[in-house]
Ligand binder design. Structure first.
Ligand SMILES: Cc1ncc(COP(=O)(O)O)c(C=O)c1O
Length: 455
């Protein structure tokens, strides 16, 4: 039951919902909506339990400083709890983190220290080592360390497990989880081992992580890379008791993202990228069963912060995860195609202010200027800047007064090598088929295309 009043009391007690429109074979599949926690993820639970354990154990005093190395949701959970309880919070964050997450953390009052993401354990700038060092130098501070803090798995043993057991009315056969720190697997594993040892723990692991090969084949592999966020490992954290998982599935990024998109379109639930991994593994488990079973998995975080990634077709095209029929010419390099209505454009008579606003809205630095189906110019940021810098009232001037009218067009069947002289002059290539605009190709489009050739 949700208790009255305080935001921290809205952590946990999340709803359990049955997936009704996906093929679950002979089984029934339920998801626990951890995205409904106040900062939008399962990690609010451990944010609260790790801070309250430190208070009980006298490891943190009023006004003290919490320190954690985190690339994700744990930072948000801690930032919420720290702000509500009056602690300072320093987060050491690798520089590959999405800007939205850092903005959310700073808005919650966290002191975010961005560090390199291209160095590994043992390097002085490795984010976990920086956090540990900061904690040893900062008076009245506590290094939270979700990877080894026993209050992390305990949160799931004490809250997530009993909630699921009660919500299923003690009729449950399997729970499918991911491993980030191992807290969920260990906490639920311990709980069900005690109260219902027949419940099977199943691991959903991104392809490239070392865990699935270890569980399924006792195989030690070199870790690869994956795009799904929050789960998958290149080491076994102290908090991860792998023995609880008797079965594991390796799920590719593509399967994860398409499954998450299906969970949204068919079930109306906007989950994060790991939702796709967990549901995909749960569906495989369900379909493999010969007898009806009741299975639970998690919507670990909200899909809001992934809208510009896996829910965005253009991002999926760029990653090579969503395919369009290949045309075998330059059209294959064009992510946004005019005929599909996905190119932002300008008309010559529009003002520079409108052009500036459209560039910001679509997050582009140049726009084609169109008359009918024909490109008559390109307007980029420098053109606007040169026009308005001496006199901002010139924002009212028409686009035609500032655009570059010497447009270099190239036919769809031209060889890729013809793009290079265009880029060398710092221009974009305008692809036109017998005068009709097809789309723009920029340097980054060519780089994306070449990178995809790597497979
Ligand atoms: C986004 C996300 N974070 C964290 C976790 C679980 O992590 P942990 O092993 O730290 O409990 C999951 C699990 O599925 C997840 O999807």
């Amino acid at each position: 039951m949700r208790r009255d009043g305080h935001v921290l009391n809205t952590i946990g007690n999340t709803p359990l919902v049955e997936l009704k429109n996906l093929d679950t074979g002979p089984c029934r599949l339920f998801v626990k909506l951890e995205n409904q926690n106040p900062t939008g993820s399962i990690k609010d639970r451990i944010g609260l339990s790790m801070v309250e354990a430190a208070e009980r154990e006298d490891k943190i005093k009023p006004g003290g400083t919490l320190i954690e190395a985190t690339a994700g949701n744990t930072g948000l959970g801690l930032a919420l709890v720290a702000a509500q309880k009056g602690y300072k919070l320093i987060l050491v964050i690798p520089d590959k983190m999405a800007q939205e997450k850092i903005l959310h953390l700073r808005a919650l009052g966290a002191d975010c220290r961005i560090t390199r993401s291209d160095v590994g354990k043992g390097h002085p700038e490795y984010y976990q080592d920086i956090a540990e060092r900061l904690a040893s130098e900062t008076p009245n501070s506590f290094y939270v360390n979700q990877f080894a803090n026993p209050a992390n798995p305990f949160a799931h043993e004490a809250t997530t497990g009993p909630e699921i057991w009660a919500q299923c009315e003690h009729m449950l056969d399997a729970v499918v989880v991911g491993v980030g720190s191992g807290g969920t697997l260990t906490g639920l594993g311990r709980y069900f081992e005690r109260v219902a040892p027949q419940v099977q723990m199943v691991l959903a692991d991104p392809k490239g992580s070392i865990l699935e090969p270890l569980i399924e084949r006792d195989e030690v592999v070199v870790p690869g890379s994956w795009l799904v966020e929050g789960i998958g490992e290149d080491f076994i954290p102290p908090n991860c008791e792998l023995r609880h998982a008797k079965k594991a599935y390796a799920i590719s990024d593509a399967e994860s993202f398409f499954t998450a998109r299906e969970v949204l379109s068919k079930e109306g639930i906007l989950g994060g990228s790991s939702t796709g991994t967990l549901v995909a593994a749960a569906l495989r488990y369900c379909r493999e069963q010969t007898a009806p079973k009741r299975v639970v998995t998690f919507i670990c975080d909200s899909g809001n912060k992934y809208l510009s990634k896996m829910y965005n077709d253009f991002w999926m095209f760029e990653q090579g995860l969503l395919d369009r029929p290949k045309q075998g010419n330059l059209v294959d390099l064009i992510v946004r195609r005019y005929q599909e209505g996905s190119v932002a454009t300008l008309a010559p008579q529009e003002t520079l202010l409108q052009a500036y606003r459209r560039m910001k809205l679509f997050d582009v630095s140049q726009l084609p200027v169109m008359e009918g189906e024909r490109v008559v110019g390109i307007l980029d940021e420098s053109d606007v800047l040169l026009s308005v810098q001496a006199d901002p009232s010139r924002f009212a001037q028409p686009v035609s007064s500032a655009m570059c009218a010497s447009v270099v067009t190239i036919a769809p069947d031209a060889p890729i090598s013809e793009l290079l002289p265009i880029f060398a002059k710092d221009l974009v290539a305008v692809v036109a088929d017998q005068g009709r605009f097809v789309g723009l190709i920029t340097k980054i489009d060519l780089l994306n295309y070449l990178r995809k050739q790597l497979g």
